[in-house]
Design a protein around this ligand. Sequence first.
Ligand SMILES: *Cc1c(COP(=O)(O)O)cnc(C)c1O
Length: 421
Amino acid sequence: MTEKKLPFTKEALEKIIEKYPTPFHIYDEKGIKSYAKRFVKAFAWNKGFKEYYAIKAAPNPYLMKILRNEGFGIDCSSIAELELAGRIGMRGEEIMFTSNDTPAEEFKKAIELGAIINLDDIAHIQYLDEKVGLPELVCCRYNPGSLKEGNAIIGHPEEAKYGFTRSQLFEGYQLLIDKGVKRFGIHTMVASNELDPDYFAGTAQILFELIADLSRKLNITFEFANLGGGIGIPYKPDQVEVDLEKMSEGIRVNYEKYILGNGLKPIKLYFESGRAITGPFGYLVSKVLHIKNTYKKYAGLDASMANLMRPALYGSYHHISVPGKEDASTKIMYDVTGSLCENNDKFAINRVLPKLVPGDIVVIHDAGAHGHSMGFNYNGKLRSAELLLREDGEVMQIRRAETVEDYFATLDFNALPSFSV
Ligand SMILES: *Cc1c(COP(=O)(O)O)cnc(C)c1O
């Protein structure tokens, strides 16, 4: 097995830890930028191509600014995410609002920012029209049901709560036309953490054929097709990353066949990928607090599933490196744990690692998406800091760690009754 690479040495980490105590998440700007450039370049054949970073992966304004500089838009699904976009000056069609079960005030905020509204359900047409008013451009989310297989994270499409059925799309776009909507997009997202580039070409084919059908029957022109997110990352050292160029080529072939081949006008392709963009370039850095020997061997860290809950939530593999011990000859099998009063608070089960001692630095890989952002305060755990390793080697704190005062900020120890019911 090849060892996964780190963008910093043990000595560099020790210097960082002197200033910012563990645990923390650190993101590698160089890695993020070069992947973003490669993504955009892979789709250079499509005029107007845009990737909207699914900000839920790592909702930090500094990371978003790096991506915006590479031409990325932002994909939001809540009012706080829209607010983040707004506060760094993002406006209009660089914001995609892909929500579900959406409250009216979130649609209102999205429309105020000029975001592209991506509707999750046919009933939302009426709802949005009544509560806020329909914008000029509307996108609808397609759920292909049994046409696609899905996977463990996203589930089977016919059991997934998202999107319109095929017949609802015909009905829905007609309703939008009747209500005066002039511009149209279409979206689907049926994969999560998918590593097969052909899968995306298959999804594109389904969507392109549907666009041809809808365009013909309803006599409308689609401006864009949003292929969603779901590009996987190789969490395990023996997995291979998605070949973006191959994926793009497969999509291009289907684009020529089903869009241009059906006599349709060129359309813009959009993605709203999150995981692949920052996931591999973020690391959770922690220290070994205790080694415990009972029925098994445990390495207890100063981080917990409150810093990274994917292993506990989905049983996900996250690779672990012990900087400075890469060549250790003694290997031991550990469960690598956090301190929550939950037995699933484990970063790894039966993982063979170099022999650990308290004080060792442990780096958990691929924590740059759905890592810090899935954090929580259960057991009184405070959310940790986020750092950015800049291209020039400087380290910058881009979110401070929470303090006990933050934990109590929503509590009033002297509350009095305000009314009776
Ligand atoms: C989560 C999500 C994404 C991003 O998915 P990744 O797996 O991070 O690429 C994109 N669109 C929607 C609607 C999502 O829910």
